[in-house]
Every structure is written in C-alpha cells, then in structure tokens.
Design a protein around this ligand. Structure first.
Ligand code: FPP
Length: 255
C-alpha cells in the first residue's frame, strides 16, 4: 500500500492487495442506549459502560499495532438529545480526560481532537486542548477523538477556509486538489481510515468522516458498544485482513 507522507492519500494506481493490520481504524460507538434499556437501566449507564469499552479498545488497538484510532464520541447532531443526556456526555468526556489522560500519556498515546470547538463550554475546550498539548510529542498510538463532530460541518468549515484563501489571492483555484482539501480538514496530516467499524447492527455512516471514508473498508458488528471487547474487535480485524483492497484499480491477479 502506498501513501503520500503528508496527506495519507492512497495512490489508486499502486495500492493493490489488502490484508494485514489496518493502519487507521475508525469506530462509530453505537448501542449504549439499547444496552442500558435491555437491562432496565438509564441510558446514562450505557454511556458509562461505553467509556469502559473505549478504554479496552484503546489498549487493544495499541497491542495490535494499529497506528491511528478514531472514535466518534459526540456528534454535532447529538445536541438534540435530552439536555440531561447531553450534560452527562459532557461530564463523561471531562471524566475521561481527568482520569485517563496521564495514563494515556504514559502509554505514549498521542491525542488529537476533531470537530467544531466554537461554542463548546470553555472548560471542555480547555481539556481538549490540554490533551493535545500534553501528548503532542508522543510517538505511539494516535487517538483521534471526534467530539462535536459532523463530517458536513467539517467540510463546510474547510470550504470556507479555502474560499477565504482564494478570495484573498493566496490560493489559486487550480491549486485546490484532493490533497489540498484533505489538508484543510480537521484530520489534516492523519491518513484516511482503512477500516470503519460501526457497532450495534446499524448500517449507516451518520455524517462520520465522509471525505476520508472514500476507500475505507466497512465492518458492521452486531455487538452493542458497551459489550465491544477484544474478541469483538479482533473479529473486525480478521474480516479486514481477509478483504482485498483495490482502490479503484485491479488486483495482482488482474481482476
Ligand atoms: C451512541 O449510543 C453513543 C454515543 C452517542 C456516545 C458515545 C460515547 C461513549 C462510548 C462513551 C465515551 C464518551 C466520551 C465522551 C469519551 P446511543 O446512545 O446512540 O445508543 P442507542 O442507539 O442504543 O440509543
């Protein structure tokens, strides 16, 4: 597989064959509410157990030699949930950073946050910035937390930035290439996901990494997120290893 070092873009002409360990796995962690409901518990308990599952998955990703792990932890559409649930999810992020950041740092994990920061409560914004700053020189797993993230919103913000540069005369319209667009997204410098996993049996992308998913392999797991353990993760990785990735080209066998 070939990648250009700055954008991670795959070269469609050369990147033949699949298998192996995905370099970048992105996960839509779905099913917390149903997990809780099945146990007669409040939805918030599902999210709490979801955070435990996330901790396990981060550990397992490191053990499996994955370089980048992106998790969809709060979407720009999640604001429409009941205020108590929104505030619980904000609290969970706060708890995650306060309790886990030093451990992640010790484990050489580098944290990146994607999503819109404008409009977030200053305390939350501060924590997101602190996670990135503290871990910026780490060289192990890169954990990308999508928070207040929506792919269309990310694309709109990138388009505005590009339009501004064109209007200011610092960017020629012909210089707008796929690599340039990638470099203006929140994920600038991060290779595109090789594997996107969605849990809980839902078969949708839900405004997640729309641009970056162009050549991703998809794996839909029936497991509800709080139950997504190392074995469930390995099932997705095994399915990926068996896929043949062609990036619009042909396989070595000419198919
Ligand atoms: C989707 O389940 C899950 C979420 C909206 C939140 C994901 C959050 C976590 C896994 C915990 C970690 C969080 C942070 C902030 C670090 P759902 O509520 O849509 O479940 P349902 O579809 O069964 O109702």
């Amino acid at each position: 597989m070939t990648r250009s070092p700055d954008t991670g873009f795959h070269d469609p002409g050369l990147a033949l064959g699949g298998g192996g360990v995905p370099r970048h796995v992105a996960i839509i962690m779905d099913g917390n509410g149903r997990w809780a409901k099945a146990r007669g518990l409040p939805r918030t308990d599902g999210h709490r157990h979801g955070l435990d599952a996330l901790r396990g998955v981060i550990r397992h990703a490191g053990e499996r030699g994955i370089d980048y792990l992106t998790v969809f932890s709060f979407s720009s559409e999640n604001w429409s949930r009941p205020p108590a649930e929104v505030s619980f999810l904000m609290g969970l992020l706060r708890r995650f950073v306060q309790r886990d950041l030093s451990e992640l740092h010790q484990a050489n994990v580098r944290v990146r946050i994607i999503g819109e920061r404008e409009g977030l409560e200053p305390g939350i914004r501060g924590l997101l910035e602190e996670s990135e700053t503290l871990t910026r020189n780490n060289s192990g797993l890169t954990l990308i937390v999508a928070f207040n993230y929506g792919a269309r919103d990310e694309l709109v913000r990138a388009m505005r930035r590009i339009a501004g540069e064109v209007a200011a005369g610092t960017l020629a319209p012909e210089a707008v290439t796929d690599q340039l667009v990638s470099s203006r997204l929140d994920t600038a410098g991060i290779p595109d996901p090789d594997l996107i996993i969605r849990t809980s049996g839902e078969l949708r992308l839900s405004n997640f990494l729309l641009w970056q998913a162009a050549y991703a392999e998809f794996f839909f797991s029936p497991v509800l997120w709080p139950d997504f353990d190392a074995a469930a993760f390995d099932a997705a990785l095994s399915a990926y290893a068996a896929r043949e990735r062609r990036f619009g080209g042909l396989t070595a066998a000419g198919r």
